[in-house]
Design a protein around this ligand. Structure first.
Ligand code: ATP
Length: 357
């Protein structure tokens, strides 16, 4: 549906986008994920025609979009600031863009009603734009884009203004809606959970470049770079005293932990001396009193953070430069372990990865 071919964007001498390449499928929920300033919005605006690449090309449905203005593209954009007209009611807000299509009143009304139903606002048509809650404004903005029946919906941080519980509810609804209507969604977000839970695939961006494009599980489990690993939730990086890499597998001896095996994440290792071994915090587990485990690590809790359902422990391990971060559910009392305690940890055998720094 969308092809991004060698796209560069320069603002003066500043390179905001650097040789981007990506293909987005028809009916795909695709997210652009990355920290503030990495170029997500710039790319989205170019797909929508609000900005032009300095070089490279964007194709939609096999057709180059060079020189084609936003209103003649099969795309529609939901902006971060919903820009609802306060002096128009919900119905008029949604119908606004339809005017130029001159569909006739009956068709226009049918379309607006359908869009209202899609965003679960049936019955709210007469309400004025300035009498809406944040969640309702967001839905109206969505309906206003959907009513144009785009082939591609572009969403620029559409949920960022909502509070946490409403945002989570809307994430589920947006995903359902996308499945139901089956068009391509391209979502810009800096929230890794939003991207992981909603997307078919994610492009992770840093400083104008795409670091990795893959399905959420692949991105999380096999991050291509340290930056991707860190951005998608913490990763422990470990010091090795011995290391041998063979194809996609590796063996290592980790001081304080012992011999381990693992697999390659990302590109092939070109220089083992600068390669990094990682494990996610939730793949480490506490071995409780009376329990036994094959691989045991002894350490000392140096800090802890309580998050309600889980607790994050910082554990110092002799021989490891950095503290290990361990995330445990609180069912067994991880939240009651005092700082300073000696604890034993074990790990999932398939959880170690190696990547080139
Ligand atoms: P955010 O999540 O904060 O919106 P982003 O990843 O969407 O960030 P962009 O808005 O795409 O980032 O901006 C990418 C970079 O390009 C930033 O450094 C930004 O300051 C710069 N930039 C964007 N638009 C312009 C412009 N019109 N002129 C100059 N620089 C710009």
């Amino acid at each position: 549906m969308i092809e991004i071919n060698n796209v560069d964007k320069l603002f003066g001498t500043f390179r905001a986008l650097d040789t981007l390449n990506a293909t987005i499928g028809e009916g795909e929920f695709f997210s652009l994920l990355g920290p503030s300033g990495c170029g997500k919005t710039t790319l989205l605006r170019m797909i929508g025609g609000f900005d032009t690449p300095t070089s490279g090309d964007i194709l939609i449905g096999g057709k180059s979009m060079a020189g084609i203005p936003p209103n003649l593209r099969p795309t529609n954009m939901v902006f971060q600031s919903y820009a609802i007209f306060p002096h128009l009611n919900v119905f008029e807000n949604i119908a606004y863009g339809l005017k130029r299509l001159r569909l006739g009143r009956a068709e226009e009304e049918a379309r607006v009603k359908q869009a209202l139903a899609q965003v679960e606002l049936t019955g709210l048509g007469p309400r004025m734009g300035n009498q809406l809650s944040g969640g309702q404004r967001q839905r109206v903005a969505l309906a206003r884009a959907l009513v144009m029946r785009p082939k591609v919906l572009l969403l620029d941080e559409p949920l960022s203004a909502l509070d946490k519980s409403l945002r989570e509810q809307m994430q589920v609804e947006l995903r359902h809606l996308q499945r139901q209507i089956g068009i391509t969604f391209v979502l810009v977000t800096h929230d890794q959970y939003e991207a992981l839970s909603m997307s078919d695939r994610i492009a992770v961006m840093f400083a104008g470049q795409i670091a990795q494009i893959a399905e959420p599980k692949e991105i999380y489990q096999n991050p291509a770079t340290r930056q991707v690993a860190d951005f998608l939730g913490g990763m422990n990086f470990l010091t090795a005293s011995e290391l041998s890499v063979s194809g996609k597998e590796f063996k290592a001896v980790l001081p304080g932990i012992g011999p381990i095996t693992g697999h390659l994440s990302g590109k092939a290792i070109s220089d083992p001396s600068t390669a990094m071994i990682g494990i996610r915090p939730e793949r480490l587990r506490i071995v409780w009193e009376g329990e036994n485990a094959e691989q045991m690590i002894s350490g000392k809790v140096v800090d802890r953070n309580y998050f309600g359902e889980v607790t994050s422990l910082q554990v110092s391990i002799p021989g490891q430069d950095e503290h290990l971060s361990v995330v445990e559910t609180n069912d067994f009392g991880a939240d009651d372990i005092p700082t300073g305690s000696e604890i034993r940890l074990t790990y999932d055998r398939d959880a170690f990865i190696i990547m080139q720094s």
